[in-house]
Design a protein around this ligand. Structure first.
Ligand code: PLP
Length: 493
């Protein structure tokens, strides 16, 4: 009797435990399946704010773009739940059947879109972003303390090409790990000074020369870079982050013919998710005078440098999204888009020149324009600030000879993002007109700054306050917001 009773009370307890577990599990399910507005209204409000800012701003930052709905779908997909350290077919985790397929597809499309023969080139699609990708590539072929040359930051290079200040402060850690020496542009022409690079590279004897830029509006002479690299025995690494969309579409010279390694981000003109790729040559690097073949051996070194050298699990949602972006980049529509990007930049540049602006190098061959503000008596920081108030996102930039990155003399603008939203020549002429008004307003407001401000920061804060209080600025900001808001944002919900 007693044992029957205790058995039945045990099963009652078991049933009630199961019931509470099921209730907890279903609460958990509910929590997991709710959307952002329900789960986190505070974050949702921030998201809505950013959505609205993007829709009602003219995005002129040349490294930004609007990716597609299909790319966004994969970025927010189940692919992000999986760990898959290693490479397709050689993972340190189980359950990677589909992840392997996604990464292999991405690699295949990456080679195809740039017209590369898989016997000659390989690609690593796992780097999380552009600056890390450059570090991984250098580390694959350099020992710490080895030498590298890249375009100086004030002259248009990127931090990850080894920036240190004129006084020797090593801003980028690349210049702590390796010895870095810059090459520059000719201050008179704004074009890369290949002759001096040739001379200095023979003295410095770098192991790597980086061809690539963040703020250079002209095509690079890769053939010249190749000759210079050959003359000092260096690898030529091209960082095509800014122009990879243009290269994929064939509207600018491709670096692949001349380079040993090519790195790129995937979210700029290529219009994919935030990420990066490292392409490397396979096969024979050179044949010695005695006829001995020296192989590249980059594949193993670069793959090892990415994982396990620097990264852990790859971001599979990004890699899957990138595969989709690369498919989109191989379409005729993408080629038309990139032609329009370059045409828009040409028109935009010409309109700016007509309005009296001076452009570094006198114009553009690409998606990007670098404006030299010195003749206008305003700096890039102030112009960027007033443009932001006016709902125009551009960025201050150093120009050749600049000392300060915080108060540089240039403004960098570009066309990929707004071309994605349907802007053509007429719209970019209008944008040039807005920039002209902004520059005039900025010069006037600068004159109204209080003389009590001693340092540059408080002067800029004062300037921002004057912009904020100006009814002319407010009126124009409203006009611009309404105008640009009519152009759809790709991927808009
Ligand atoms: N390389 C170049 C030429 C760039 O312009 C940039 C960024 O603008 C990078 C590398 C770094 O990319 P990320 O910001 O993804 O690290």
């Amino acid at each position: 009797m007693l044992s029957r009773l205790s058995r039945s009370s045990n099963s009652v307890r078991l049933i009630s435990t199961r019931a509470s577990l099921a209730a907890a599990a279903s609460k958990n399910q509910v929590l997991l399946s709710r959307h952002v507005p329900e789960v986190d209204p505070e974050m949702y409000e921030i998201l809505q704010g950013e959505r609205s800012r993007q829709k009602h701003s003219i995005t002129l930052i040349p490294s930004e773009n609007f990716t597609s709905k299909a790319v966004m779908d994969l970025l927010g997909s189940e692919m992000q739940n999986k760990y898959s350290e290693g490479y397709p077919g050689e993972r340190y985790y189980g359950g990677n059947k589909f992840i392997d397929k996604a990464e292999s597809l991405c690699q295949k499309r990456a080679l195809e879109v740039f017209g590369l023969d898989p016997d000659q080139w390989g690609v690593n699609v796992q780097p999380l972003s552009g600056a890390p990708a450059n570090l991984y590539a250098y580390s694959a072929i350099l020992d710490t303390g080895d030498r590298l040359m890249g375009l100086d930051l004030p002259d248009g290079g990127h931090l990850s090409h080894g920036y240190q200040t004129a006084s020797g402060t090593k801003i980028s850690f690349i210049s702590k790990y390796f010895q870095t020496m810059p090459y520059r542009v000719d201050p008179k022409t704004g074009l890369i000074d290949y002759a001096t690079l040739e001379l200095t590279s023979k003295l410095f004897r770098p192991k790597v020369i980086v061809a690539g830029a963040s703020a250079y509006a002209r095509e690079l002479d890769y053939n010249r870079f190749r000759e210079i690299a050959n003359s000092c025995g260096a690898y030529l690494m091209s960082d095509m982050a800014h122009i990879s969309g243009l290269v994929a579409a064939g509207v600018t010279e491709s670096p692949f013919k001349y380079s040993d390694i090519v790195t790129t981000t995937t979210h700029k003109s290529l219009r994919g998710p935030r990420g990066a790729m490292i392409f490397f040559r396979k096969g024979i690097r050179k044949v010695t005078k005695k006829g001995k073949e020296i192989p590249y051996e980059l594949e193993k070194k670069i793959n090892f440098s990415v994982f396990p050298g620097h990264q852990g699990g790859p971001h599979n949602h990004t890699i899957s999204a990138l595969a989709v972006a690369l498919k989109q980049a191989s379409t005729p529509e993408f080629k038309t888009y990139q032609k329009q990007v370059v045409e828009n930049a040409r028109v935009f540049g010409e309109e700016l020149i007509k309005k009296g602006f001076k452009l570094v190098s006198g114009g553009t061959d690409t998606h990007l324009i670098l404006i030299d503000l010195t003749p206008l008596g305003i700096d890039g920081a102030r112009l960027e600030a007033i443009l932001e108030r006016l709902n125009i996102a551009a960025n201050k930039n150093t120009i050749p000879g600049d000392k300060s990155a915080l108060f540089p003399s240039g403004l960098r603008v570009g066309t990929p993002a707004m071309t994605s939203r349907g802007f053509g020549a007429a719209e970019f002429s209008q944008v040039a007109a807005y920039i002209e008004i902004a520059a005039k307003l900025a010069a006037r407001l600068k004159n109204q700054e209080s003389s009590d401000n001693k340092d540059s920061r408080s002067k800029l804060d004062n300037f921002k306050q004057l912009c904020h209080d100006s009814s002319e600025v407010q009126c124009l900001a409203q006009e611009i917001s309404e105008w640009v808001g009519q152009y759809p944002v790709p991927g808009e919900i």
